[in-house]
Design a protein around this ligand. Structure first.
Ligand code: HEC
Ligand code: HEC
Length: 305
């Protein structure tokens, strides 16, 4: 309810809730008072199917009692719990509060399990089957929607199981990536490169760096234009983990392969973000995840899965 900018809907809901309770009470009161005209035999005079007559007995006491209890309960409930528009309720209960309480309890219960691992270097943790089982579950719940359940990524989302890193693959770097997030920014470069032909030429030069199929005449013409790119990607296209600039001389393509994909990224640039997990996950969880991710590309040292 707090998402609404005016109090209107809150009042609206409050009014409808209270009005329907009042209407129930009124109905009860009226039916209790009203008396149908009675013939001498305590029937209303209505007859169906020749001899089926309607008796005029009062509502059973226990039934009226239950109805009154329901109304009292409803009012008591609405005082104690949130239910009337955006009113909080006297007990201060909320679903969000309940969730925080459960999370705090779970964290307290898990603390001893994690304590064992937070003291361990990542390389050693990656060899511990229990830690890696925890890491895998954390990954599936928090990371798989972007990086894939096998962590191999997809277009725009890096593969975490290879040895190719945008931001560095040492455990400390991985932990920094997960904790603080990363934003990779490749600015639109077409203006710095020159004409559309120049852009095509430099794209072919980029393809030549990894020995990918390319037009060698265009690559030759594009080589000198690559100086505009070297500040970030390096003179030989080896990349720069400080800037998150990918290695262009391997055959790993985050944003698609071939002349057209490269021309497009030179023309429009690319901003790509890994969301920070600090605050979403605990420090201990991030530590276990870092070891897990590190283990994905360092299979020799990691626990068999
Ligand atoms: C909303 C999508 C999204 C989620 C969720 C996400 N990531 Fe990422 N992640 C990305 C993107 C996009 C990048 C690439 C950032 C860039 O281009 O610089 C990235 C980059 C990374 C990198 C750096 C890779 C490299 O080559 O340096 C690591 C490590 C990583 N993510 C781990 C994780 C882990 C662990 C989780 C789960 C806690 C996670 N990510 C959750 C989108 C996501
Ligand atoms: C300011 C630094 C910067 C400059 C200058 C720059 N790039 Fe980039 N480039 C990046 C970053 C950062 C990324 C990664 C974006 C991301 O995180 O997804 C990138 C990504 C790319 C990619 C995608 C790689 C892949 O794996 O799919 C190509 C291709 C590329 N750049 C080519 C070039 C070319 C060609 C030039 C020169 C015309 C150039 N870049 C200039 C920073 C730069």
């Amino acid at each position: 309810m707090s998402d609404f900018i005016s109090g209107f809907w809150s009042h609206y809901v409050t009014f409808i809730s209270l009005a329907s309770i009042a209407a129930c009470a009124l109905l009860l009161w009226i039916t209790n008072r009203a008396r149908a005209p009675i013939g001498g035999d305590n029937t209303t005079g209505h007859v169906w199917d020749e001899d089926l007559r309607e008796m005029n007995n009062p509502l059973p006491r226990w039934w009226v009692g239950l109805f009154v209890l329901t109304i009292v309960f409803a009012l008591g409930y609405l005082v104690a719990y949130p239910g009337l528009g955006s009113m909080q309720g006297q007990l201060g209960w909320s679903t969000a509060g309940e969730y925080r309480k459960d999370m705090a309890k779970a964290e307290a219960e898990l603390a001893p399990v994690y304590a064992k691992y937070t003291a361990m270097p990542a390389e050693q943790m990656a060899g511990d089957p229990q830690a890696m089982a925890i890491g895998e579950r954390l990954f599936l719940n928090n990371c798989a929607q972007c990086h894939g359940s096998d962590a191999r990524g997809s277009k725009g989302f890096p593969n975490l199981t290879d040895a190719d890193w945008l931001h560095g693959g040492e455990p400390a770097k991985i932990q920094e990536t997960i904790t603080l997030g990363r934003t990779g920014v490749m600015p639109p470069m077409a203006a710095a490169v020159g004409s559309p032909e120049d852009v095509k030429n430099v794209a072919n030069y980029v393809l030549s760096l990894s020995g990918s199929p390319h037009d060698s005449v265009r690559a030759g013409l594009g080589k000198s234009k690559f100086t505009a790119c070297a500040a970030c990607h390096g003179m030989t296209g080896g990349g720069n983990p400080m800037l998150g600039a990918p290695n262009l001389s391997d055959r790993v393509w985050l944003h698609g392969y071939g002349q057209d994909a490269i021309v497009s990224i030179i023309n429009t640039g690319k901003t790509n973000q890994m969301p920070a997990q600090q605050g979403r996950l605990t420090e201990a969880q991030i530590q276990v995840l870092s070891a897990y991710v590190w283990g994905l590309s360092n299979k020799a040292q990691s626990a068999p899965r």
